[in-house]
Design a protein around this ligand. Structure first.
Ligand code: NAP
Length: 358
């Protein structure tokens, strides 16, 4: 068993880490840390907020037994050398300070944006750009670290990049327009979104989100050559909005391809890619990486977000687009806290372990 710690274990993503690591075959969670607010409290008490209750679970009984009485540590009290791997789920400003300290001795898998855009840091989605993981070895060398920092993408980029990968490989891509309808849990617990702002409403702006998706999609789907990543040669334009949905980001996607393409060909490629995805044998991998619905009323967050425990990218409304010369369009749904963060991070750890990078 590899010993792991989770930093930010009381937050929206941290709580999903606790669930994803419960009875995991390869990883044992032995220490958790969070802010001063939680330090010294038992986990089950730390996640109770007088203003907001328990986010992930409806009551104390549902909190996994193994973690209930674990006492929340200070970040400064974590000895990274005691762990084989550290998962971090912190806001970017905190991650920027904490993650490099840990990475000197220990691999860090991060859900924060802090290091995503540095040239020796890959943004990894297991099954999409596994070959980019080699950049972690270069990162170790150039920074003189025993560990590394391996960030996941922004949760809005994850489903988009997964759906684009088979299209890019088979038909080439010139342009992408995407509009997201993002869930509330994507904003985390602090500061989160104020209930009075979002109930009966749609917020048409999420700070820094569009820039993140635009840069990350190109990096993830870029080519890894000689210890660097050349971003993919397509243009991405996004509008990111927040909607009153608890979990699961919905996105409408328009793609202009290089080659002429029919929706049926795209469906075939997506399903083929899903069937042969590289990570299918890993413990956390879903039985279906991508599902494509013919039913025009799917995907819907309430119906589809928990398919394969939130690890499947669900596509629907795949059809021809007539505004582009060679265009298709579709709607996708991706679980922001499962494949899009905590569970996706655990899947990434499993992939890095099989690649012997971890
Ligand atoms: N939510 C999502 O769907 C999602 C998806 C992908 C990526 N992300 C990224 O993941 C990261 C975490 O997001 P989140 O939604 O889980 O946020 P969150 O709910 O606000 O949780 C933040 C966590 O960090 C802890 N924390 C805050 N300040 C700290 C400090 N100075 N030292 C140590 N711990 C500290 C908090 O502890 P206390 O509870 O004690 O305050 C809490 O455990 C962010 O970078 C976010 O952008 C989020």
């Amino acid at each position: 068993m590899l010993k792991v710690a989770v930093i930010g274990a009381t937050g929206a993503v941290g709580q999903e880490f606790v669930v994803a690591l419960n009875k995991h075959k390869w990883f044992e969670l032995t220490q958790i840390a969070a802010s001063e607010r939680s330090v010294g409290k038992k986990y089950v008490d730390a996640i109770r907020d007088p203003n907001s209750g328990i986010l992930r679970w409806h009551n104390r009984e549902q909190v996994p037994e193994y973690v209930k009485d674990m006492v929340v540590s200070k970040v400064e009290d974590i000895k990274p050398q005691d762990f084989d791997l550290i998962f971090t789920a912190l806001e970017s400003d905190d991650a920027k300070i904490v993650e490099p300290k840990f990475a000197k001795t220990t691999p860090v898998i991060s859900t924060a944006a802090a290091f995503r855009y540095e040239s020796d840091v890959p943004i990894l989605i297991p099954g999409v750009n596994d070959d980019h993981a080699d950049l972690l070895n270069a990162q170790r060398k150039t920074r003189g670290w025993n560990g590394f920092i391996a960030p996941l993408p922004n949760c809005t980029t994850t489903g988009l990049a997964i759906s684009l990968k088979p299209i890019l490989d088979k038909f080439g891509i010139k342009k992408i327009f995407m509009t997201s309808m993002q869930a509330l849990s994507g904003a985390g617990r602090s500061p989160g979104v104020i209930a009075l702002d979002i109930i009966d409403n749609v917020i048409p702006y999420i700070p820094k989100e569009e820039e993140k998706v635009q840069v990350e999609a190109k990096k993830i789907l870029g080519n890894f050559v000689k210890d660097s990543i050349a971003p993919a040669d397509f243009r991405v334009s996004c509008t990111c909005t927040r909607v009153p949905v608890i979990d699961g980001h919905t996105e409408t996607v328009f793609v202009e391809t290089d080659k002429t393409v029919e929706p049926e060909d795209v469906k075939k490629e997506m399903l083929n890619f899903s069937k042969n995805v590289s990570i299918s044998k890993l413990p956390t991998a879903p039985s279906e990486y991508i599902v494509v619905h013919d039913d025009p009323t799917r995907p819907q967050p309430r119906i589809d977000r928990e398919i394969n425990d939130g690890m499947t990218t669900v596509i629907g409304r795949l059809r021809k687009d007539t505004a582009f010369d060679n265009g298709i369009k579709y709607v996708l749904l991706s679980h922001n806290e499962k494949m899009g963060s905590a569970k996706g991070a655990v899947l990434l750890a499993e992939m890095l372990k099989t690649q012997k990078i971890l």
